[in-house]
Write a protein that binds this ligand. Structure first.
Ligand SMILES: O=C(O)CCC(=O)C(=O)O
Length: 270
């Protein structure tokens, strides 16, 4: 069970566009999830390089790209169990005063000496699919996330700008660089350092990105994306992939799904 958010935490998210909830999962739980992700043959097979820069010469890290696994649907595995966990979704329900629907989740694999992400908004990507920006991503740290290994950076209050224009860069979209520059001139950039098991809730319209990981410490994380149940789906094909409003799995249900998944992985590795 997660501890309900306080009115101050809700106000923080609604005003500034982000909220760090410390120890949503314990360090031991986060370490086991990390072990599962690292041993999971599907993660290794599905991880794709994520390039944020049109030209390698503009990439400040000049290093290899971080990798990413994008998963649009819920499955019978650890990641989907966490995506549906009451621990993770109960705060979302408080933040949006509504139930939430799962849209996708990501494993972000930022190993030592891999590149960063340029500033963007998640609703900047998903504007075409949803009528309202009632969209939230949740990053669950599996490794310590520090300035050195390229923790997520957010621009505090940039959620208040509305959805900015985005343009392609590498294999991704980035927010209009002039607007980003203006935002950085008058808003505060926050480095969201987190311990494993802590979670960052960030609004679909908050500008976020990350520096390259120039350290020797990996920075793996899971990111779960949700929309408020009352959001209007614009594209009919998106409706099919969205989960129903989530009921919130208990800790026991999550633990059982995780144990099942771990057994399966071990059997595959034998
Ligand atoms: O993992 C990161 O550093 C950035 C991830 C991100 O920005 C995203 O998934 O939208």
């Amino acid at each position: 069970m997660s501890t309900p958010l306080t009115p101050e935490q809700i106000h923080h998210f609604q005003t500034h566009g982000y909220l760090i909830v410390e120890s949503l999962y314990t360090p031991a739980e986060a370490s086991h999830i990390r072990q599962i992700a690292e041993s999971d043959p599907q993660v290794a097979a599905q991880a794709k390089s994520n390039s944020n820069y049109d030209e390698d010469s503009k990439n400040p890290s000049k290093d290899i790209d971080p990798r990413l696994v994008y998963t649009p649907n819920l499955a019978d595995d650890t990641y989907s169990a966490i995506a549906q966990s009451q621990r993770l979704t109960a705060p979302l329900e408080q933040l949006f005063d509504d139930q939430v629907r799962h849209y996708y989740h990501l494993k972000t694999i930022k190993n030592p000496h891999t590149g960063g992400w340029q500033y963007h908004q998640d609703y900047g990507y998903h504007y075409k699919e949803f009528f309202y920006p009632s969209f939230c991503s949740v990053m669950l740290a599996l490794d310590p996330a520090t300035r050195d290994n390229g923790c997520l950076r957010v621009v505090k209050d940039s959620n208040q700008l509305g959805r900015l224009e985005h343009q392609p860069s590498g294999s991704q979209l980035i927010a209009n660089p002039q607007r980003v520059e203006m935002a950085l001139a008058e808003m505060q950039e926050i480095h969201c350092e987190m311990q494993p098991g802590s979670a960052l809730y960030f609004h679909g319209n908050i500008l976020h990105g990350s520096d390259p990981n120039l350290s020797e410490q990996s920075r793996w994380a899971l990111i779960f994306a949700y929309v408020a149940a009352k959001n209007t789906v614009v594209l009919p094909e998106v409706e099919k992939g969205l989960s129903p409003p989530l009921a919130g799995w208990s800790d026991d249900e999550v633990a059982a799904a995780t144990a099942r998944h771990w057994d399966e992985i071990q059997a595959q590795l034998m």
